[in-house]
Structures are given as structure tokens and as C-alpha cells.
Design a protein around this ligand. Structure first.
Ligand code: FES
Length: 144
């Protein structure tokens, strides 16, 4: 989708979302919201709906990914933390996604929708199409 076909969503001054923080916006009434994240000085926007069971993904914990150099049953295996501050974990069933790409860590075929973000005269602007944001269901389904 070309950026000209989307709507301009003004989020606010860039300094109001410092590195390591986020802001949730609901630009279109009745539609799913958008999470705007500052990851090491770069802004990213994700649909606030988890592709698993539509949980509020962007309200989850931001952290990194743990990488093991061997199975945990192996002697002397080591765990290292990578991409600190670049991963969002859904609060419902803990699926993890890379904020910059929307890619799910455990299944690269699953992605959460991302939106273009620009800084225009110091203001964060997200380009999103209203029709591209699902109608917000008033459910709290946490099973499964
Ligand atoms: S709804 Fe997000 S992990 Fe299940």
C-alpha cells in the first residue's frame, strides 16, 4: 500500500516518547489501536492486536530475546540476552515479536501489522489506513 493511500495520524512531539518507551493511540474510533515505540531512537508502529488471539499486544512487556548456545540439558550451555529493548511480548500468551519488523520470534510466517512512521517538524506521524485496523472487539479471551 502506498503511503499516499493512508491517513496521517499525528501522535505527538517526538520528545514525549523517549527511547525505551511507547505510546498507545486509537486514531479511529471503534478500531484497533496502534502502539508507537521508540527503540534506541528509532520509532516503530504496530497494530495493537496480537495475531494469535487478538490480545492487546502493544501493552506487553518490552525486553530482549534469550539465545542458548546449546540445549538446556547440555553441560555448560550458555544463555545470552540479545536485542534488548527490541522485543514485545504479548501479555496474554507470551508470544514474542520483533518491534521493528513485526516478525514473530517462534514462527517467522506470523507477523503483526506494522505502519510507516515519520518525524515531521519534530512530530511523530504514523501513516495508517482506517480499513486496515480491525473493529475492536470488547472481548477478554485468554484461553487457549
Ligand atoms: S493473544 Fe497474544 S499470544 Fe495469544
Amino acid at each position: 500500500m502506498a503511503i499516499e493511500e493512508t491517513e496521517r495520524v499525528v501522535v505527538g512531539p517526538a520528545e514525549t516518547i523517549p527511547p525505551g518507551t511507547r505510546k498507545l493511540v486509537v486514531p479511529f474510533r471503534g478500531r484497533a489501536g496502534i502502539g508507537v515505540f521508540n527503540v534506541n531512537g528509532t520509532f516503530h508502529a504496530l497494530r495493537n492486536l496480537c495475531p494469535h488471539k487478538l490480545g492487546p499486544l502493544c501493552t506487553g512487556r518490552v525486553s530482549g530475546r534469550v539465545i542458548a548456545d546449546a540445549p538446556p540439558t547440555a553441560a555448560n550451555h550458555r544463555l545470552t540476552l540479545a536485542q534488548e529493548g527490541e522485543i514485545i511480548r504479548c501479555p496474554w500468551h507470551l508470544w514474542e515479536f520483533e518491534i521493528a519488523t513485526g516478525r514473530c520470534l517462534v514462527d517467522p510466517h506470523v507477523r503483526v501489522k506494522t505502519y510507516p512512521v515519520r518525524i515531521e517538524d519534530g512530530v511523530i506521524v504514523v501513516y495508517a489506513n482506517r480499513a486496515d485496523l480491525p473493529i475492536q472487539e470488547a472481548t477478554d479471551e485468554r484461553s487457549g
